[in-house]
Design a protein around this ligand. Structure first.
Ligand code: FAD
Length: 428
């Protein structure tokens, strides 16, 4: 039986940031992680199958985000703007478009007038239900699926309004060498401060019956701590007890469990395809960044401004849920068909052009079970419940506890990891 002061379950950006801050203040911290690697939904792959590193999970810094940029600066890690033009593929034609969708101004005016929060599906029905708005409705639903990976019947209109009012698409960045640089920095600092990491160790039980907490892992080994930080994804917290990563609390934590179920967690499938040539860069499409379409895999992006033969496909929200049972080859077929239509190319030519590919189905990944959080109409109240420690010794932390325009991001995870560390330091 191992004894420590603070146990952190989950070594993603949240758990690492919490471990970093707690260990800096002299606490004895043990991080228990189910996977054989650190980073969670940050997973930069650097192996021989792709010609340079690729991001299987988080890729962009979505704006000038204080925690992320401060940490990058502290670590001396460089980042660069990830701009590029927005293009639209429809009816076999690919053309440049603005970032705003047609009708956006009218939509924002109606959003400004909304006094009580409702789902975005209800909002669209109430305000833009007429047939003349069919295109606007479809664009908004597509955008919510793609960007927020959300179910429109549950997604909070107030939260989307906040996101859209602050969205500044000019400020997006990628990290030189990939997001793993950030994770490697946090891990290194944690180890210097004496943090112990246990990998390939999925936690099953959290028993807080007596003083302190007892954490049992699947091998039935037991770890004791005064305090535990639960830094696993919302998808895992929502999962039924028979799922491999799900946690069982003893005694049960009914109020917190209810709050967990009230929050939104989407689905995502990310596809990486590397070709022999950047065939999309012809004519005036030299600066192509993002492509939106009505295809089965609707969203695509290049690595612009970096010269690269990689295209990334993105299927989010309910459409990702609907396709989550497909295997990697079936997903590749969908991807190639979508690209053939987007670029008006022959399918067999595209097949010949393909060098390598990878589909990452985070929705079925047992240690994630989804994409990232989105706000439902009930999320605000649920978050207030989840931010309260249980008996002063069980603390929740994760991107889903952040409130603001950077919902669901690495920034949100870093913010929450930092906040929980402060909460614990102030309490102990
Ligand atoms: C495909 C994809 C693309 C994304 N793109 C971006 C982007 O471009 N920019 C951005 O800012 N954000 C992006 N995000 C979101 C971002 O990756 C997450 O918000 C952030 O990394 C979450 O960090 P976290 O520590 O809260 O959770 P995680 O990173 O998921 O970490 C939780 C950890 O808990 C572990 N765990 C789970 N169950 C157990 C258990 N029973 N016992 C022990 N350990 C367990 C998991 O293995 C994992 O390591 C993306 C996410 C995905 C999936």
């Amino acid at each position: 039986m191992e004894k420590t002061e603070i146990i952190i379950i989950g070594a993603g950006a949240t758990g690492l940031m919490a471990a970093y801050q707690l260990s800096r203040s002299g606490k004895k911290v043990t991080v228990i992680e189910a996977r054989d690697r650190i980073g969670g939904r940050i997973h930069t792959l650097n192996n021989s199958s792709f010609s340079s590193e690729v991001e299987l999970g988080a890729e962009f810094i979505h704006g000038n985000l204080p925690f992320t940029l401060q940490l990058l600066q502290e670590a001396g890690i460089k980042y660069y703007p990830a701009g590029g033009e927005m293009w639209q593929a429809s009816n076999g034609k690919l053309s440049r478009r603005s970032w705003d969708m047609p009708g956006w101004g009218e939509l924002m005016t109606a959003l400004d007038d909304l006094k009580e929060d409702i789902s975005i599906a209800a909002f669209l029905e109430n305000n833009f239900g007429a047939s003349q708005y069919a295109q606007l409705r479809a664009s908004v639903i597509g955008f919510i699926a793609g960007y927020d990976t959300a179910d429109p019947e549950k997604a909070s209109t107030f939260a989307l309004r906040t996101e859209w009012q602050q969205d500044d698409e000019d400020d997006q960045y990628r990290i030189s060498g990939g997001y793993r640089q950030l994770i490697a920095y946090l891990e290194k600092q944690c180890r210097v401060n004496g943090v112990e990491f246990l990998l390939s160790t999925p936690v099953k039980h959290v028993d807080w019956t007596n003083s302190g907490v007892k954490v049992t892992v699947q091998s039935s080994d037991l770890y004791l701590g005064d305090t535990v930080v639960i830094a696993v994804p919302l998808g895992v917290l929502k999962a039924e007890a028979d799922q491999s990563a799900s946690l069982v609390f003893e005694p049960s934590i009914a109020e917190h469990q209810k709050a967990i179920q009230q929050m939104g967690f989407g689905g995502i499938i990310k596809l990486l395809l590397e070709f022999k040539t950047p065939f999309w860069k012809n004519g005036d499409a030299e600066k192509i960044g993002f492509i939106l379409s009505d295809e089965a895999i609707p969203t695509w992006w290049s690595q612009y401004p970096v010269a690269s033969n990689l295209l990334t496909g993105w299927l989010g929200g309910l459409p990702a849920e609907a396709k989550k049972a497909l295997n990697e080859l079936e997903l590749l077929e969908l991807a190639l068909h979508s690209l053939a239509n987007v670029f008006n190319r022959n399918l067999s030519v595209l097949r010949d052009e393909l060098i390598t590919f990878k589909a990452i189905n985070w929705t079925t990944d047992p240690f994630t079970l989804g994409s990232y959080a989105y706000d439902t109409v009930e999320s605000k109240d649920a978050r207030n419940v989840l931010r309260q420690a249980i008996a002063g010794k069980i603390f929740f932390a994760g991107e889903y506890l952040y409130e603001g325009p950077a919902m669901g991001t690495v920034e949100a995870a870093l913010f929450s990891g930092n906040a929980v560390a402060e909460q614990i330091i102030n309490l102990l």
